[in-house]
Design a protein around this ligand. Structure first.
Ligand code: AFP
Length: 348
């Protein structure tokens, strides 16, 4: 007779976590399953992406005669379709949509607001490299009815859950509800996310630094000095690190989370506010980083304390192993002080 292995599915794990909070209604748990389902559907589409040239490219029609969608459009629609009818969500916001996404009038509105980047790093699709979906969940602040912009414009410290799906050599779902960070790997043979990385703790000091160094000439003096330090110019303060940059935040963040490291996307003369989006990229990753023992800053402020003013606001981002992020923040302050006098130390 075959033995049934004792596997922890994402459902079992979320239920066990929920049972620690007697007041929990199960709505957040169900919302996380909804997101996990969307991730499975997106993962299945990405697995077939390389076949597009064989089966028909963009603008081609599939066997039902429907036009094939670009994968980022597909991912965006998939998440909307997995969440809009559930009665758990009052509003959504997506990196792909200019405005807040209302819940259609035929469906009930719920108590959570969900923000997401449906396919982060999508330029990687063309070269068969890892991409991801990032999500962030807030409790609504409006009292009733359809959600409003105020429900999605909240500082990261108000998140009740955040995470990402990474579509790499395997598909993973990594999330936090403020009780540590947990990672699940999709077993494609049974279509289930199985607990593979319980309670992820990121090393205090990392071995990698990840930054697009082609921007070096466009950075501030402070960032240039800090990155030189990460490479080994400050052996008194920091062991030299190895460089790794995938150009996909999810892939770079995930590697650094597990192995230890720091990711930077600073402001530069081309992107004076930074390139990454506060609500869809920086805040959810900052929640995960802090829950795993790391930290995240825009160089001066803790990312989770930044109060957003607009849906697509950008921010510089320095995120990862706590001591490495501290090194960069210290260096930025030292260089700024040399240029203009003493600056108060921010809390990280
Ligand atoms: P895309 O989704 O447009 O590929 O952007 C990805 C991203 O937002 C983030 O995932 C990467 O870390 C970063 O941009 C890469 O930007 P550079 O190509 O400027 O290095």
């Amino acid at each position: 007779m075959l033995n049934t292995p004792s596997l922890t599915t994402i459902e079992k794990f979320i239920l066990e976590q929920e049972s620690k909070f007697p007041e929990a209604t199960g709505e957040l748990s169900n919302l996380l399953y909804d997101i996990a389902l969307a991730a499975k559907i997106i993962a299945a589409a990405i697995r077939r992406a390389g076949l597009v040239d064989i089966l028909g490219g963009l603008g081609a029609r599939n066997v039902q005669g429907e036009e094939q969608q670009k994968l980022d459009v597909f991912a965006n629609e998939t998440i909307k379709n997995c969440l809009k009818h559930t009665g758990r969500v009052c509003a959504m916001a997506s990196e792909e949509d200019e405005d807040i996404i209302p819940i259609p009038p035929e469906y009930p509105a719920g108590k959570y607001a969900v923000l997401y980047d449906p396919l982060d790093g999508s330029s990687n699709i063309d070269v068969n490299a890892a991409v991801g979906t990032i999500f962030s969940v807030y409790r609504r602040v409006s009292m009733e009815g359809r959600g409003t912009v105020a429900d999605v414009l909240q500082p990261g410290c108000k998140q009740v859950a955040a995470g990402y799906a990474m579509y790499g050599s395997s598909t993973m779902l990594v999330y936090t509800t403020g009780q540590g960070v947990h990672g699940f790997t999709l077993d494609p043979t049974i279509g289930e996310f199985l607990l593979s990385h319980p309670r992820i703790v990121t090393p205090r000091v990392g071995i990698y630094y990840s930054v697009n160094e082609s921007n070096f000439g466009r950075w501030s003096k402070g960032i240039q000095t800090a990155v030189r330090g990460l490479k080994g110019e400050r052996p008194d303060r920091l062991k030299p690190k190895n460089s790794r940059y995938a150009g996909s935040l999810v892939a770079d963040f995930h590697r650094n989370l597990i192995a230890g490291g720091i990711f930077l996307y600073p402001a530069d003369t081309k992107n004076p506010q930074g390139k990454l989006r506060l609500l869809y990229e920086a805040s959810p990753m900052a929640f995960l980083a802090e829950q795993a023992g790391g930290s995240a800053t825009d160089g001066v402020n803790r990312i989770l304390d930044i109060v957003p003013r607009s849906l697509h606001q950008r921010t510089p981002l320095v995120i990862g192993s706590r001591e490495d992020v501290g090194f960069v923040a210290d260096t930025l302050r030292e260089v700024a002080e040399r240029q203009s006098g003493p600056i108060p130390t921010p809390a990280l």
